[in-house]
Design a protein around this ligand. Structure first.
Ligand code: HC0
Ligand code: SF4
Length: 563
């Protein structure tokens, strides 16, 4: 606690972790490439330098605030220094801005404009390095990397994966997967969190919008889109709306305007997942077998489990994720009902907040007789580009509702997009016959010593059930190690790879920070409160599917994972 003098003004500080945060509190947007409040401090970019009374300069992210400290943020010395850093970075940077996916939302471009960089006094130092397109989810272009190390730290510190690291020294320094391999050949789980923190176009989403244009212009195709819960509370940010603002009506209208024939709600399939996963859980609970049961809807987590805990795969639910359940059901439905009659081929596109969903859809266990359940996946970010490319004026769109029959979802299905949502939906379902209970009565409490882990105990049919919710793969890793060591026990564990759940997925609009996560999750909970159907088993269309095409065909909803 104390007060600092920033540019002659007194600013009090309390919990601010460093001088940079105090300066920002004073309303001054100090530039930085490498500071993220949730990651360790690297202090490498030095854009956030400030000057003290004696003329010494230091990186404000790496300095603790102290009472009475006097600093200046815009002295001639600092301005000259910042410009020089920017020019050096730009001399080493592939500057084909018009061809770059990040143009307009690039932090380097922003700062070059902000500091009036017109010409670069240094010779170009860049060597052309190959672009890594091996991943199904992200593209790495090392020629645009500014060595801030954000991706390296997020992958290691938040996700516990460590797929990226610095290699070589001096002017040859690069960020690369281990042994200079392609990213698809290492332990990357496709979560896209590295893309969320990359300030430039060095890590971008693998864009599949060309495929959308191709299929919507092909009359022999019936093109169906499913839209994930978390997309509807984030897309608006791309069009100047606040995070958490629900734009689902406009999303449906935009997809129709682009030429998609039918638009459905992935939350509908989440209702199917709740029913199947609850059933699987109750069976395991009564047999006392293969507990804890881990959720399987997050593909980043599933891949992480396969890489790190192959011996635990029997504990991961056999349910397909909602995305994949939906694809399988849609293909089956149209195969039976319409395709033959109309002679059309059904194409299923998913619109997801997640880069790992692209890789999930491509897994070979998610195809029947050579036909993929989901043909391809575009992210929220790609949808925004698609809308812009089509020239659609988003705020003028008249809202439309989802198509029927698969556009009807319960509030339980919608909250899947936020951490804790799957558990809440499953618990609601398990307690469905207990009018004296509601999920609101179940108290989730933070678990000490482990971040982003919550637990609760409740009673089902006389049995005590212990559930946990964890997000962020590093935390998950630690949790599993403790479970294996016998230090903790749970019956049911929901895992989401991205901190905050899908609302903070690697395909969402950037920036993704704590405030965005909170506001987007609030948007989903608001939808839950205002939905007519609260719990998944009350979804009449889901019920009729279980009586209809799924009656003797439950295999469509399950996967038997290879170990
Ligand atoms: Fe999610 Fe999903 S909730 S993973 O977070 O389960 O991506 O939004 O679509 O599949 O429904 C993502 C979000 C989904 C799936 C659903 C689940
Ligand atoms: Fe690491 Fe996720 Fe990026 Fe892969 S996608 S390199 S796992 S942060």
């Amino acid at each position: 606690k104390g007060a600092m003098i920033v540019d002659g003004r007194k600013v009090e500080f309390d919990r601010e972790k460093n001088v940079l945060e105090v300066v920002r509190k004073a309303g001054i947007n100090l530039p930085t490439f490498c500071y993220h409040s949730e990651l360790s401090i690297y202090g490498a970019c030095r854009m956030c330098i400030v000057e003290d009374e004696r003329g010494n300069t230091f990186a404000s992210c790496s300095q603790l605030p102290s009472d009475g400290m006097k600093i200046f943020t815009n002295t001639p010395k600092i301005r000259k220094y910042r410009k020089t850093i920017l020019e050096m970075i730009l001399a080493n940077h592939e500057r084909d801005c018009t061809a770059c996916d990040r143009t307009g939302i690039c932090e380097l471009q922003d700062l070059a404009i902000r500091f009036g960089i017109k010409d670069i006094r240094f010779d170009e130092t860049r060597k052309h390095l190959p672009i890594d397109k091996s991943s199904l989810s992200i593209v790495r272009n090392p020629n645009k990397c500014i060595l801030c190390g954000d991706c390296v730290r997020v992958c290691e510190e938040m996700q516990g994966v460590g797929a990226l690291s610095f290699a070589y020294r001096g002017s040859s320094m690069t960020v690369t997967p281990a042994f200079n391999r392609d990213i698809a050949e290492v332990n990357c789980v496709n979560c896209g969190q590295c893309r969320n923190v990359c300030p430039t176009g060095a890590i971008i989403i693998k864009n599949e919008n060309d495929r959308v244009w191709e299929v919507v212009n092909d009359r022999s195709k019936r093109v169906i889109a499913q839209v994930a819960p978390a997309v509807r509370v984030a897309l608006g940010e791309e069009f100047g709306l606040e995070p958490g603002e629900v734009t689902i009506g406009k999303i449906v209208a935009a997809l129709k305007a682009i030429g998609i024939d039918e638009v459905y709600d992935t939350a509908f399939a989440a209702d199917m997942t709740v029913i199947e996963e609850s059933k699987e859980f109750m069976e395991r609970l009564s047999l006392g077998e293969d507990l804890p049961l881990f959720t399987s809807c997050c593909p980043g987590w599933v891949k992480f489990a396969e890489n790190k805990f192959p011996d635990m795969m029997d504990h991961v639910s056999s349910c397909k994720s909602p995305q994949q359940m939906f694809g399988a059901v849609l293909k089956e439905y149209y195969k039976n009902e319409k395709n033959n009659a109309e002679g059309k081929e059904t194409v299923v596109i998913s619109v997801m907040p997640c880069t790992a969903k692209k890789a999930e859809a491509a897994r070979e266990e998610f195809e029947q007789e050579g036909i993929r359940d989901v043909d391809f996946v575009i992210t929220t970010q790609e949808l925004a580009l698609l809308i812009k490319e089509a020239g659609i004026i988003f705020h003028q769109l008249e809202e439309e509702s989802f198509d029927m029959p698969f556009g009807l979802a319960s509030g339980s299905g919608i909250i899947f997009g936020a951490t804790g949502g799957v558990t809440e939906a499953v618990v609601t379902r398990l307690l469905k016959d207990k009018p004296d209970h509601s999920t609101k009565d179940i108290l989730f409490k933070e678990v000490r010593g482990l971040e982003n882990l919550k637990e609760a105990v409740f009673n089902v049919d006389g049995k005590e059930v212990k559930v946990a919710i964890v997000h962020g793969l590093k935390n998950t890793d630690e949790l599993i190690k403790q479970i294996k060591a016998g230090e903790r026990y749970y019956d049911f564990i929901e895992v989401m790879a991205c901190p905050g759940g899908c609302v903070a997925g690697g395909g969402q609009p950037i920036p993704v920070n704590a405030e965005m996560r909170r506001e987007r999750a609030k948007g989903l909970y608001k939808l839950d409160r205002t939905s007519h159907i609260k719990s998944s088993d009350k979804n009449p269309i889901v019920a009729s599917l279980f009586e209809g095409i799924l009656k003797d065909n439950h295999d469509l909803l399950h996967v038997h994972k290879k170990q």
